[in-house]
Design a protein around this ligand. Structure first.
Ligand code: HEC
Ligand code: HEC
Ligand code: HEC
Ligand code: HEC
Length: 135
């Protein structure tokens, strides 16, 4: 009887872990401020490999790791970058490379990548991230 209970418990735990692990995103589409430009789709799983650690992008969550990332609540960038509390905080509506959090964080790494490896697939042109509307 006790043995069956344990087997059931282990199976239930395995299902729970699988359900949580499924929350680690594959592809993500960012459309926090999509207004004049098309939303941007990127491969989160590939970027987890490209970046040294989670905090490179999730800069408000220093303790986030691949191990706890499926159990911790991961904050949406838009929570603070759609309508920032302070005027000096970059907003996703920013058009320039220096005033949009995604341009600052994403494009800078792509430029560094390109400088080190000319044939990289990391896009640095507008259309590489914002596909033409209707395409
Ligand atoms: C590495 C990817 C990347 C590149 C390259 C890039 N952007 Fe963006 N851009 C983004 C992301 C991500 C957002 C946020 C999208 C959102 O919030 O909807 C964004 C937002 C914007 C916005 C504000 C939101 C909107 O739709 O009006 C504008 C304007 C914009 N980009 C223009 C450009 C222009 C012009 C270029 C080329 C000089 C460019 N971007 C290159 C990723 C990129
Ligand atoms: C190249 C940048 C980058 C790296 C590196 C990165 N992430 Fe993300 N991650 C993002 C972006 C951007 C989003 C979309 C957030 C949003 O929708 O506002 C996201 C979303 C997520 C989400 C989904 C959140 C939700 O509620 O939709 C989880 C979970 C997550 N990341 C975990 C991790 C973990 C764990 C790591 C490290 C192993 C990691 N990320 C590394 C950029 C990154
Ligand atoms: C809890 C609020 C909060 C969340 C969530 C958040 N940010 Fe930020 N972010 C800020 C604030 C405030 C600043 C400006 C001050 C600073 O640099 O800390 C900022 C600044 C930035 C900068 C500019 C840094 C520089 O060197 O100028 C980038 C890039 C950035 N955030 C990207 C992101 C991305 C990508 C996400 C989601 C994966 C995200 N942020 C989630 C609050 C947040
Ligand atoms: C730590 C460096 C780094 C950061 C930060 C980064 N990228 Fe990338 N990105 C790369 C590299 C490296 C590649 C090329 C991968 C390959 O060669 O297959 C890439 C490829 C891409 C591509 C084309 C292939 C794909 O994934 O669909 C897109 C689109 C992209 N990145 C968008 C983004 C966006 C949006 C952000 C910010 C939320 C971002 N990247 C942040 C390094 C980075």
């Amino acid at each position: 009887m006790r043995k069956f209970f344990l087997v059931g418990l282990v199976a239930a735990l395995a299902v729970a872990v699988a359900a949580m692990a499924a929350e680690m995103p594959g592809k993500i589409t960012i459309k926090d401020c999509a207004d004049t430009k098309t939303p941007v789709t990127f491969d989160h799983a590939a970027h987890v490999k490209a970046a040294k650690d989670c905090v490179t992008c999730h800069h408000t969550q220093k303790d986030l790791t691949a191990e706890n990332g499926t159990t911790l609540a991961v904050e949406k960038c838009g929570k603070c970058h759609i309508k920032p509390e302070k005027a000096e905080t970059p907003a996703c509506s920013g058009k320039k490379m220096t005033d949009n959090p995604y341009h600052i964080g994403c494009v800078s790494c792509h430029k560094e990548t390109k400088a080190a490896k000319a044939d990289t697939k990391a896009p640095t042109t507008c259309v590489g991230c914002h596909p033409k509307a209707g395409a």
